[in-house]
Design a protein around this ligand. Sequence first.
Ligand code: GLC
Length: 541
Amino acid sequence: MAERKIPWWQKGIIYQIYPRSFKDSNGDGIGDLHGIIEKLEYVKWLGMDAIWISPIYPSPMADFGYDVSDYVGIHPMFGTMEDFERLLGTAHSLDLKVILDFVPNHSSDQHPWFQESKSSRDNPKRDWYVWRDPKPDGGPPNNWLSVFGGIAWEWDGTTEQYYLHSFLKEQPDLNWRNPEVQQAMLDVLRFWLDKGVDGVRIDVIFKIFKDLQLRDNPPRTDGHGHGKNLGEYDSQYHIYDQLQPEAHEVLRAFRRLFDSYGDRVLIGETHLFNWADLVAFYGDRDELHVPFNFALIYLDWDAASFRRVVDEYEAVLPLGAWPNYVLGCHDDHRIATRYGGMAQARTAAMLLLTLRGTPTVYYGEEIGMADVAIPPEQVQDPWGLQVKGIGAGRDPERTPMQWDGSPNAGFTAEGVVPWLPLAPDFATVNVAAEKDDVSSMLTLYRRLIQLRRDMPALHVGQYRPVDGVPADCFVYLRQEGDQRLLVALNFCADERELTLSYLGDGTVMLSTYPDERGHVDLSALVLRPHEGVLIELTAGG
Ligand code: GLC
């Protein structure tokens, strides 16, 4: 079958690396660029097309790199610019793309820009951040809240004004209404594109512009909304402190820049749970290529909810826009923990890698890493420390990658204390142990990835949900030309029988159970508890 010419980021799979936790090469207990370079062959072997690396820039690490103090440097903890260039060269020689994290909403309070800005009211960089007078009673300018807890304004006693911080007070928000800020950030992007970086993932892109009049957000009256439970932050409708139309103008400028380099990808962290808000970030195919779709992350493990979300998203996608799904990242609990166990995680893997659109795989999901319980005295995440009581900490999903069964799991040298504790099960849940085990999660991921790469129906084909199946099952067809695949996922802990006589028969290409099922008659397809199967339908069936 003649294959359509499709961009790499549509056909490919993105692997997210949290650099502190991937591989430590210098024995300080924290991952680094050399460590990533060492493991690129593994990423390639896994079948990935691109890596996205969470921030590696100089940073005081108040929010583990999402507080940048130099946008065009490398944190010495991770290595040097030469190391980064080596990483890029090695990745490219393996035909792996490299995507960096770009954090435009806020810098670190240690960034020279903010240091200047706060030095006096008439400093030329004063207006690079959002400064305001107190209310007549001395209180903050409005009622906006920080995602990380408390009010989003910090008082500066020296210049007697408040500055805005949507996250930590160590992360002051940049003022994107100032054209000099826009110019400086475009220069940053140009710097990395010139180096040969293949794309960026833009942090909280929907927050960069705020209401010009800084109006109060109205109180929320309908519970905590759709996404993650954010505690007090969910007590408001966030209509004035984010999602302002001006962000789209800026994205169009980013896109023009990226297009001028050809073949680069613009991904955005669009943590939005209203379809209209999310798909607006595709623009008229002139903004983000991939506005991350997190809608599946916060669902209960329920077939009908998953189908509803996929069908709705397919229906609202603008013409020509390419879908994508994220099931795991550094901000959310691990898949196995979230959906109730390893059997569910195996089915979720099949779902993620057989849906239409670019999948992202968070490091460690491919070996079945689960959340690691962090003793209170070892909590590192500032959000976990500041917002308590709603399971807020993100450390459990950021623990060291488990490479083998040696002390410290091959993440760092023996005797070194890793920055977060290792999972208690690392002796069995690790790359070395799973590599040649046909029943392992790693083998399942590799086979799914291989099938996705090989079969046009999976990487470019249409998606069509299948009706008339038991309520606990999510079943869909993927088709491209003559190639027709059926994906049948059983979300429950009991057997389910599907009667799909009109589809004829087919061959099971892969089951989430490790045995081989071979030929199946679809008039009575039995799915075992939590089983997912990928079936190639017989031509003409
Ligand atoms: C994004 C990042 C998260 C970070 C926050 C503030 O949500 O994914 O890790 O803490 O932005 O930069």
